[in-house]
Design a protein around this ligand. Structure first.
Ligand code: MN
Length: 562
């Protein structure tokens, strides 16, 4: 059973291969007697997971952890034992994978929220995410052994969480396979419709592309472009289905049902090939996509163009280098491969420019695992404008960027928000209005029966905090509001410097808060209109008396607004 895996790890050093073999022997023994739903020995799953990781060309600790990934959860093996036998790094990866498995798919929470929670755990080390993806891929490949109801549950979680994670990590091979495995389970009718529709379309299309292939091959040779690979690939079912939905299920609008893929040695050749194609056939306006100059957010690089090809049939071409191709298929995983293979210094240069954020992520993560900077970086690329903070119990709270301890408190409970007087951030006293940072641990200090202050409204970031503060304020301030009536006081005055200031001073002296103040001039008369809450008739009369004493005030007319 180990033989196939052994062949797949030939890129790993001999010593590390031995560690992997030890992990295999250990896992086999630990899972002794356990069976998969298929009836096969459990170890087949562990080996299959490790094989997927080896195909992604991951490092030795990941592959060993892939073999051992279920030992903590499903066998008597302890953490101490793993540490002794396989060291800290492998144990850390196994623990991370186990933690992800235990994070339950919480009912009532949006899939987005589940996704974030799960991702946060995986983000501790991207390898954990990759091991989990390999584990999930093998489980999906063998899903037919489950009952239909379980199949749906597993497929649902796969398509909502794992396929998007694979996509964000740029591993299109795993993303595509996961989606295609889920498709018939989640949307059986649509799946059957689609497969029936396209079977003959594919055949027709491929016959046509074979004709085109000869022409393009000759043309590229004439243009002195070396062809490393020239073939055509059918679009994956689920991604085709999603695209069709956008185009009213009209196949004639899908130009990349089967598309050409041209792999050439370098970037210059990519553009030469593009030029050669455009010299032959007229491109469709707006359909030339240069993902080399502008890669997709997940790192995808290629040039796409769609042309009016032979017989006027609209056809898509994708042009890229071998390196781009590898990265497009393997995404983040491609980097381990190159780390292992990193012998030629000139390759290092191109490494920097590609997929830079993953590189940075990995570097920061290596230097300071789990630090703020790492999380901040992650945020930029994955969860724009969101931060993740923790309760003292380790629950993840997801807030918008700039959120404060007050937002945090209201997110947990309205009482906690209302009574909030202070916050401990990472064990130190903080203020309730300071913006929280990713991965902060926040503890709220309360004062019983305290009410929120109006000025909290000036710094809170979440609408729920805002709403609850207003709610609490309107309840506590009912008596005062009933006493204070809003007045509009109209003053006719002589226009002179300092007039407005003198009037405002009177209001201030009497502790009356001016809400608005408007000035207008008409026929040589200046009118000031002041809106302000005034508690009672006595206060109003006193105010008028004081205002009358101001030099240049001609007339005062109070008006009740409510
Ligand atoms: Mn597993």
């Amino acid at each position: 059973m180990f033989e196939i895996l052994a062949k797949k790890i030939s890129y790993i050093s001999f010593d590390d291969q031995k560690t992997i073999q030890r992990a295999f022997e250990f896992a086999k023994k630990a899972h002794e007697g356990q069976k998969r739903k298929s009836g096969e020995p459990y170890i087949t799953h562990c080996v299959a997971t490790a094989e997927i990781l080896a195909e992604l060309k991951l490092d030795a600790p990941s592959i060993a952890a892939g073999l051992l990934h279920d030992t903590l959860e499903d066998t008597k093996t302890t953490e101490t034992e793993l540490k002794e036998l396989f060291g800290e790094e492998i144990t850390f990866l196994i623990k991370g994978t186990t933690k992800v498995s235990k994070l339950q798919y919480e009912a009532g929470k949006s899939s987005n929220e589940n996704f974030r929670r799960l991702f946060l755990v995986m983000a501790e080390d991207i390898r954990v995410a990759l091991i989990k993806l390999a584990d999930r891929l093998h489980n999906m490949r063998t899903i037919k052994y489950h009952k239909p109801i379980d199949q749906r549950r597993i497929a649902q979680k796969t398509i909502e969480i794992y396929a998007p994670i694979a996509n964000r990590l740029g591993i299109s091979s795993i993303k595509g396979e996961l989606e295609d495995l889920c498709f018939p389970i989640l949307y059986p009718r649509e799946y059957h419709w689609l497969t029936e529709q396209i079977n003959h379309k594919y055949e027709e299309r491929i016959a046509y592309l074979k004709r085109v292939e000869t022409i393009i091959r000759d043309e590229l040779i004439k243009a002195k472009v070396n062809i490393i690979q020239l073939d055509f690939r059918a679009k994956r079912y689920f991604s085709l289905y999603k695209k069709l939905q956008k185009y009213d299920m009209d196949f004639s609008k899908i130009y990349d049902l089967v598309a050409f893929r041209i792999i050439v040695p370098n970037i210059v050749d990519c553009y030469s090939a593009l030029g050669a194609i455009h010299a032959l056939w007229r491109p469709l306006p707006g359909r030339i996509k240069d993902y080399i100059a502008m890669p997709k957010p997940n790192g995808y690089k290629s040039i796409h163009t769609t042309v009016f090809c032979v017989d006027g049939v609209i056809t898509e071409f994708q042009i890229r280098t071998p390196l781009m191709h590898q990265e497009n298929e393997l995404g983040v995983a491609a980097h381990w491969f190159r780390d292992e293979m990193q012998k030629e210094p000139h390759k290092q240069l191109s490494r920097r420019s590609k997929f830079a954020w993953v590189e940075q992520l990995r570097e920061w993560q290596k230097e300071n695992p789990g630090t703020k900077e790492f999380f901040n970086r992650l945020k930029i690329d994955f969860f724009k404008d969101r931060i993740f903070v923790f309760t003292p119990h380790g629950d993840v709270i997801d807030l918008p960027d700039g959120a404060t301890p007050v937002d945090f408190a209201y997110r947990i409970h309205s009482d906690l928000g209302n009574q909030c007087v202070g916050a401990k951030i990472n064990g130190k006293m903080g203020t309730i209005n300071e913006p929280l940072q990713n991965s902060d641990v926040v503890e709220i200090i309360i004062q019983k029966n305290k009410k929120p202050s109006r000025n909290w409204l000036s710094f809170v970031k979440t609408s729920e905090a805002r709403r609850r503060i207003k709610q609490a304020l309107s309840i506590t301030q009912v008596p005062k509001n009933m006493l204070a009536k809003r007045y509009q006081i109209k003053l006719t005055v002589q226009d002179r410097t300092g007039m407005v200031k003198d009037i405002a001073n009177i209001f201030s002296q009497m502790n009356i808060n001016i809400e608005t103040l408007n000035t207008s001039k008409q026929k040589g008369e200046t009118t000031l209109i002041v809106d302000a809450p005034i508690e009672n008739k006595r206060q109003l009369n006193k105010l008028i008396t004081h205002l009358k004493k101001i030099k240049g005030v001609i007339q005062i007319t109070p008006l009740i607004l409510n």
